[in-house]
Design a protein around this ligand. Structure first.
Ligand code: NAD
Length: 365
């Protein structure tokens, strides 16, 4: 068994592809552009619904061109990758427009949050495949250093077969009351936990989800103004017999927080944490414990990782790891979690989800 540390940092092709940014909101400013600046990714143009925001972003990050419309950005021959930093509403149509223009796409998460959008998405992805255009999703947490290294160690068999994955949120929640999140049903399960669901699936790769059980609840002293529950529990069962658990107790009061995780395997255990400077990873195997020295942080190296993987795949003429088609299973698991919570926490199996999707598509109640 190798004892080398797998290369977990973001990687890019020798020639970085030109990026056209769509959306000039919070995540573009605080994560996409700082990551691209640090990793020498050329952002050649930007457009946004609010022109003033695009102008301000262009001035702050030295972006040469502000386009007045999406069509103008898509017609710009320097734009090879369209970077969608918009919210989920209208995401599929933005991907469709970029694909029609023959551009590769990196779409923010959640890829879609409504099962009724999956058939249309499938059509767009088929068109992309036929055209040789790559569509990837900004599942940037896959490149959070501790999570990425854990993924690579699992792939190398360093803990044997995965038996169980456990995540705990041991940190305050971000400000939620009075934000658009108030209006997202079962917000923690529907949006906030998407990265945790996605990485859990990656660690359980090779098995299929057979059951999802989720619930959310209001917690003691949660402000009335915070309309969405602050506590959530999610359990995922997969075909191998392994299971996963993700728990948010509420907004934890802690001086030094983080998101610890445990990955138990048949031959060893990985223990680690991400966020708030808590990043760490330890491999416990054969009676020895190895602490890895980690370089980088999820914010913002993860964003470089997601873009770098897409660009490497385009140049290498292969599917990216974060291909939309791969992320669809995350979407389906997320939708199942919301469905379970909406039904009072009963288990939802993939077959139930298909029936629900079919019902929604036929317009039946
Ligand atoms: N770690 C992460 O990956 C992470 C963290 C935070 C947010 N996000 C995701 O990023 C996305 C954006 O979040 P945000 O907080 O930046 O939102 P935001 O509302 O601050 O920004 C969205 C921007 O997109 C623009 N926009 C929306 N639709 C458009 C369209 N059709 N054409 C052009 N511009 C359009 C808006 O004008 C705005 O500038 C969300 O899907 C969110 O879930 C991801």
């Amino acid at each position: 068994m190798s004892t080398e540390v797998p290369a977990y940092r973001p990687t890019f092709p020798e020639r970085r592809l030109g990026v056209g940014l769509v959306g000039a909101g919070a995540i573009a400013r605080t994560a996409h552009l700082p990551a691209y600046r640090a990793w020498d990714v050329p952002v050649v143009a930007v457009t946004s619904r609010t022109a003033a925001d695009a102008e301000a972003l262009a001035a702050d990050f030295g972006i040469e061109t502000v386009h007045e419309s999406l069509d103008a950005l898509l017609a710009d021959p320097r734009v090879e990758v369209v970077d969608l930093a918009t919210g989920p509403v209208g995401r599929v149509e933005l991907i469709a427009a970029a694909v029609a223009a023959g551009k590769h796409v990196l779409a923010q998460k959640p890829l879609v949050s409504d099962a009724s959008e999956l058939p249309r998405l499938a059509g767009v992805l088929a068109e992309a495949r036929a055209k040789g255009v790559r569509v990837a999703v900004n599942q940037n947490a896959r490149w959070a250093p501790a999570w990425r290294l854990a993924t690579l160690l699992i792939r190398e068999g360093r803990i044997g077969d995965v038996v169980g994955v456990t995540h705990l949120h041991d940190k305050p929640l971000p400000p939620l009351a009075g934000t658009p999140f108030d209006d997202v049903p079962h917000m923690l399960l529907n949006d906030y936990l998407v990265h945790w669901i996605d990485i859990t699936r990656c660690w359980l790769e090779g098995s299929t989800v057979v059951g999802v059980t989720a619930s959310d609840h209001r917690v003691p002293a949660q402000p009335v103004a915070a309309r969405n529950p602050w506590g959530a529990d999610l359990r995922i069962d997969v075909s191998s017999g392994a299971s996963a658990s993700i728990r948010i107790v509420g907004s934890a009061v802690a001086s030094a927080g983080g998101c610890p995780f445990w990955i138990h395997g048949t031959e060893g255990t990985l223990r680690g944490s991400v966020l708030l400077g808590s990043d760490r990873l330890t491999l416990d195997r054969d009676g020895d414990s190895t602490d890895f020295v980690l370089e980088g942080q999820w914010f913002t190296d993860g964003f470089a990782g997601a873009m770098g993987e897409l660009q490497s795949a385009v140049v290498g003429r292969r599917e990216p790891e974060n291909a939309a088609e791969h992320v669809v299973a995350t979407v389906r698991t997320t939708i199942a979690a919301v469905e379970s919570a909406a039904r009072g926490g009963i288990p939802v199996h993939p077959v139930d989800l298909e029936l629900t999707t079919a019902r929604e598509m036929s317009g039946a109640a």
